[in-house]
Write a protein that binds this ligand. Structure first.
Ligand SMILES: Cc1cc2nc3c(=O)[nH]c(=O)nc-3n(C[C@H](O)[C@H](O)[C@H](O)COP(=O)(O)OP(=O)(O)OC[C@H]3O[C@@H](n4cnc5c(N)ncnc54)[C@H](O)[C@@H]3O)c2cc1C
Length: 218
């Protein structure tokens, strides 16, 4: 079997890579390899499944904003039944005197990207959160919108379901080897004895990505 793109790991990163390849108009063949289609050990399903805008670099903030837009358009994207139980609730990140400079710098980066985060001093925080002891707190950054939590397994299943209509071959197997010709990867060996020829391999193996890279000698 030959595929233009072989994706190793079918959880949120692998499945969304396959999904957006099709959304962007890629018409070549795609195989999505997953060793555990129940996702019992995937970071995706074991995560806390929260989304925040409070990062320190623009790239991370933009990734979250891209995902937030998807959450807000979930039903238009995946159908009227689509529901990931998204509940908006802001992160509250606190700093004492020592962390104040970093908190302010992060806040400036977030505001520059249009994130709805407020920076408040201890007095303002005490008025907003009556339960909060502000002893030792200089300031806090709070997400007024665009942050919260959701059902990551449900989100993953929406991507996987959408992929079934997009000509993706789902392969249940473990990738156990990667072949190379010089600096190019050429194929993936599976634990069922098959080998897939590959134009491009995407390593979406999550915490196992280092081991998968090592299969290619990287
Ligand atoms: C405790 C915890 C809490 C977290 N909380 C959050 C949070 O609140 N918000 C947030 O955004 N992120 C959170 N994260 C991070 C987030 O879960 C990960 O960034 C994200 O799920 C990574 O997705 P992934 O698809 O890359 O990896 P995974 O979900 O781990 O998927 C990798 C997949 O690759 C498969 N695989 C691995 N090796 C092979 C192989 N050789 N052959 C075939 N298949 C293979 C695995 O079976 C797995 O299904 C958290 C993570 C953890 C662990």
């Amino acid at each position: 079997m030959r595929y233009d793109i072989v994706i190793i790991g079918g959880a949120i990163v692998g499945s969304s890579v396959a999904y957006y390849l099709r959304e962007e108009g890629f018409t070549g063949s795609i195989a999505l390899i997953e060793r555990d289609p129940q996702f019992s050990q995937a970071a995706t399903t074991l995560s806390l499944a929260s989304i925040r805008q409070q990062f320190s670099i623009p790239e991370n903030i933009r990734l979250s904003q891209f995902t937030l837009k998807l959450f807000r358009q979930l039903k238009e994207t995946f159908g009227a039944d689509a529901d990931i139980g998204f509940r908006e609730g802001g992160y509250l990140i606190l700093a004492g005197e020592a962390g104040l400079r970093i908190l302010k710098a992060n806040h400036e980066a977030q505001i520059a990207e249009g994130a709805d985060i407020v920076l408040e001093d201890a007095g303002q925080l005490a008025r907003r959160f009556s339960w909060l002891s502000t002893e030792g707190i200089s300031a806090g950054a709070y997400g007024r919108g665009g942050e919260g939590w959701f059902d990551a397994h449900a989100l993953l299943m929406l991507f996987r379901k959408a992929l079934r209509e997009r000509r993706i071959d789902f392969i249940t197997a473990s990738a156990t080897g990667i072949t190379r010709q010089g600096s190019r990867v050429t194929g993936v060996a599976l634990d069922n004895g098959e080998t897939l020829e590959a134009g491009i391999i995407v390593n979406a193996a999550g915490p196992n990505a280092g081991k998968v890279a090592a299969l290619a000698g990287l």
